[in-house]
Design a protein around this ligand. Sequence first.
Ligand code: 5AD
Ligand code: SF4
Length: 439
Amino acid sequence: MNKKIYIETYGCQMNVADSETVISIMKTKDFIPESNIENTDIVILNTCSVRDNAEQKIWNRLDFLKGLKKRKKGLKVGIIGCMAQRIGNELLEHEAVDFVAGPDSYRYLPDLVNETDIELKTYKTDFDTTETYSGIEPLKNEGEISGFIPITRGCNNFCSYCIVPYTRGRERSRSIHDILNEVKILKENNYKEITLLGQNVNSYSYDDNGKIYNFPDLIKSVAEEAPEIRVRFTTSHPKDISDDLIYVIAGTKNICNHIHLPVQSGSNKVLELMNRKYTREWYLERIETIKRVIPGCGLSSDIFCGFSGETEEDFQQTLDLMEKVRYDSAFMFKYSVRPGTFAAKNLADDVPENIKVERLSKMIDLQNKISKKKNKEEIGKTLEVLVEGHSKRSKEMLFGRTEHNKVVVFPKKDAKKGDFVMVKITEAGSATLKGEIVS
Ligand code: 5AD
Ligand code: SF4
């Protein structure tokens, strides 16, 4: 009998894309995707290690799964993703866990699952620096309009606080031919939006028999392959964002004018301790260039407070930078020590928890104010919106995104998921815009 497999995905968009890769791989070995955890034979958790609270969620989930296994004899549970790589051994000791596979081992998952029938527990967490999942067909979900395409895997930057280089291994770029082939498949399946994914997309580099393709070459080719499709990308490292890329975005209609450019901190001292390899001045110059070459470009960031040695003055520099840039939105966190990183080994976690909490809340308040102000500037404009679905609050309302990545809610009229509609903005809050479709 074909076994049913249910996947729960935690963490970043790379994990979302990886879960699709996993389902594709499992389907080739006759496993069947299942969306209800109560009906499945196998549960897989695709996990994140970026902060401690992400890992805590998984431990809690495992306690729930321990109970579920008591009710459902024969149910198997597996852990994949960053936690599997980081603490696979520890996870295997948990009563609920039957198998563990790291991010470079997904091709072995069907075997690992089958082997749990004869062995008690199975695992594979070897790094394979050549693994790019070439030849695995991307999953096309019926009715879906937006897809992710990984272009690089892993990271070589070793920011001192970050666990990713240890869980996802060295950076490698996927073949431009594989990527363009996936674009073609998504296009044939009526997708309307593609997001190119990598820990640092700007360092994409693929050697095709002596011809080197870098990220601006790649994104231009993707945009030309699918001129009717919106193209997005994430994440860009500020040290590597080139003028070339900025001009390609400005000059290519279907590449969305939105750049996610995580700054992490506004203080040069902290940036240096973080090993980010740029200064606040460099960052602000990049932002100025983006604003000059791509007027109105949507800007977002990742920022965190409370890193080792961050004084009140350093923190004020972060707030000051946020005011200078005026991000449309930002993901904000407080520092969480990750065992094994340079910072964990060499830099004291010396900002008290209550100060971290206080700083985080100041950051969030400031960003909300800026977002709200910037969103209010959109009132009266008519913007193109890609409809993503029904609004959570009402079936009569739809929501979608502008090319600048702002969420817009509006009465549905005749529009449906996947349509591009022109919406006149009438109201704005810190997180969403409201408007009306105009013909
Ligand atoms: N503590 C807090 N935030 C972190 N990030 C990465 N590592 C840590 C950590 N140890 C944040 C960074 C990164 C985002 C994905 O998560 O801002 O850009
Ligand atoms: Fe982590 Fe830095 Fe790599 Fe991003 S660029 S994944 S923050 S090490």
